[in-house]
Design a protein around this ligand. Structure first.
Ligand code: SIN
Length: 283
C-alpha cells in the first residue's frame, strides 16, 4: 500500500507492516493520524524504525488514538505513570509478556492499542511475535464458530499476578517489575468472539494468560476447549515476527491480535516502554 504520506511494507500476509515516512516525535496533522489508523486497521500491527521519542512525545503520539491507561498491577513511575517500563535485567530468568496475550483483557475496557518503544535491546534475541485473531476465528469450522459466537469468558489477573503466578519472582514485590498491589484481583467477562468496533470483523478474544474459564462453566470444564483455541489461534501462518532495534516502535491493535515477547536473550538486558490506549467494552 502507498499513500501520499506513508510508505508501508508488509512483513507477512497474516499481519504486520513497517511504516516509513513519519517522525512520531513531531506533532502529526489529522491526515497523517488518519493514515496511521488506516494502516493499523489493515495490518493489525505496524512498526516504525529510527524513532527517538521522549516519554512525553511517546504519550502524545498514543493519545491521538484515545485516552491513556495506567497499568493497574505494576508499580509505576511517578513522573510518567502512563509509561510502563518493561525491563528484563541481565540476571533475570523470566520476562514480561512471555506468553501469548492481549493487553489488559481483564479490564472492563481493555486496551485498544499499545505503543511499545525499544530503549535497549540485546544484540540477538528478544523479538516479539504477533498473531492475527481475525484469521484465528475465520479459520475455525462453521460449527465451532457458531458455538463460540454465543459464549462469554472470564479474564482474570489471578493466574499471572496472583501468589505463585506464572510471573512470580520476576514481577513480585522485589522483582524487576514490581507489583503495585500483590493481593489485588481484576476480573472481567467478555464475549469469546468480539466484533471489532472499527472494521466490523469478528475476532477470537481468548488468551492463555488471562482467560481462565467460560462464563457459567468451571475451569476444569472450560480447559480442553480453551487449550484448543489457544493453540489454534497462534498457528505460525497467522503470525508475524518483529526484530527490534533501539528506537523501533510497534503499535498493535489488541482488539484483533495477541503478542508474545520471546525470552531468548539470557544474560542480556532489554528495556522497552509501553503506553496503552483505552478501548471500548468488547461486544
Ligand atoms: C508486552 O507488552 O507484552 C511486552 C512485549 C515485548 O516486550 O516485546
Amino acid at each position: 500500500m502507498r499513500n501520499d504520506r506513508l510508505r508501508i511494507a508488509p512483513l507477512a500476509t497474516a499481519c504486520g507492516a513497517e511504516v516509513w515516512g513519519v517522525d512520531l516525535a513531531a506533532a502529526q496533522d489529522e491526515g497523517t493520524i488518519a493514515d496511521i489508523r488506516r494502516a493499523l486497521l489493515q495490518h493489525q500491527v505496524i512498526f516504525f524504525r529510527e524513532q527517538n521519542l521522549t516519554p512525553a512525545q511517546h504519550k502524545a503520539f498514543a493519545a491521538r488514538f484515545g485516552s491513556l491507561q495506567r497499568h493497574p498491577m505494576i508499580r509505576l513511575d511517578d513522573q510518567h505513570p502512563e509509561v510502563l517500563r518493561i525491563v528484563k535485567e541481565a540476571g533475570d530468568d523470566k520476562n514480561f509478556g512471555g506468553d501469548w496475550h492481549s493487553d489488559l483483557s481483564y479490564l472492563e475496557k481493555p486496551a485498544l492499542g499499545s505503543v511499545l518503544c525499544a530503549r535497549e535491546v540485546p544484540e540477538f534475541g528478544g523479538d516479539t511475535l504477533f498473531a492475527n485473531m481475525y484469521l484465528s476465528y475465520e479459520s475455525l469450522s462453521a460449527g465451532l464458530r457458531r458455538l463460540l459466537d454465543g459464549l462469554k469468558a472470564v479474564h482474570s489477573t489471578a493466574r499471572s499476578y496472583g501468589d505463585g503466578g506464572r510471573q512470580a519472582g520476576y514481577i513480585g514485590e522485589e522483582g524487576s517489575m514490581p507489583v503495585a498491589r500483590p493481593d489485588a484481583r481484576q476480573e472481567a467477562v467478555h464475549p469469546v468472539v468480539r466484533t471489532h468496533s472499527e472494521t466490523g470483523r469478528k475476532a477470537l478474544y481468548v488468551n492463555e494468560v488471562f482467560t481462565i474459564r467460560f462464563e457459567g462453566m468451571s475451569e476444569a470444564e472450560s480447559r480442553p476447549l480453551l487449550e484448543y483455541l489457544w493453540r489454534h489461534s497462534v498457528r505460525p501462518e497467522f503470525t508475524c515476527r518483529f526484530r527490534w532495534r533501539a528506537g523501533s516502535v510497534a503499535f498493535w491493535d489488541n482488539r484483533c491480535t495477541q503478542h508474545y515477547a520471546i525470552n531468548d536473550y539470557h544474560g542480556r538486558r532489554r528495556e522497552m516502554h509501553r503506553v496503552t490506549v483505552e478501548g471500548d467494552r468488547p461486544a
